[in-house]
Design a protein around this ligand. Structure first.
Ligand code: GRF
Length: 194
């Protein structure tokens, strides 16, 4: 299965997925990184692994449809079958959703539907919950909505601050996301939606 990863930030999830794919622990090919931030650390990670990058600045385009059309073209050229969002800080529009129906997944650092949107880890701390976690879900037009595929809980202790909780959550992400992607590439895509 050919996959594309979309990211805007540090790219630790990108790195884990790409390395597992390279060593055959994940039976898919990471064909391309789509990145909307020129300065993002994830760009260097892609370069180090020799993975092609399509980077763009949203402000260079008239609207979302215009850059998403270009992205869809690139994805089709690469034969991409599954789109993996890993810290892509932008809502997916109809152009991409229609080109990849039920083929776009996202990871979010909370147990959705709690704490959608930005700063989910801080939101959990502010709410003083004792348990938060990680969600992998199919992407629809909403912000962190769409059918849930997998979730894993992470305990919050009284000692936790945003850094420590974030790091516990990322450890879970780095294990859960590759596992879910493997399930999806093994053809369980439909089973998990129903
Ligand atoms: C992750 O915490 C993910 O849940 C959220 O963005 C973060 C990306 O982290 N959507 P990284 O760039 O993969 O390190």
């Amino acid at each position: 299965t050919n996959i594309a990863i979309f990211a805007s930030g540090s790219g630790s999830n990108f790195d884990k997925i790409a390395k597992k794919a390279e060593t055959g622990h994940l039976t898919c090919n990471v064909k391309i990184l789509i990145c909307d931030k020129e300065q993002a650390m994830v760009m260097e990670k892609a370069q180090a692994l020799g993975i092609p990058v399509f980077s763009f600045r949203a402000k260079d385009y008239e609207n979302k449809e215009a850059f998403e059309k270009e992205i869809v073209d690139r994805l089709q050229e690469e034969g991409v079958e599954l789109v993996v969002l890993a810290g892509y800080m932008r809502l997916i529009g109809t152009t991409l959703l229609e080109a990849f129906p039920n083929r776009i997944v996202n990871i979010h650092p909370s147990l959705l539907p709690s704490f959608p949107g930005k700063d989910a880890v801080q939101q959990a701390l502010d709410a003083r919950v004792k348990v938060t976690g990680v969600t992998v879900h199919f992407v629809d037009e909403g912000m962190d909505t769409g059918p849930i595929i997998a979730q894993e809980a992470v305990r919050v202790t009284t000692e936790d601050d945003v850094t420590s909780l974030q790091s516990k959550i990322q450890q879970v992400e780095h294990r859960l996301y590759p596992a879910v992607i493997q399930q999806l590439v093994e053809g369980e895509m439909y089973r998990v939606t129903t």
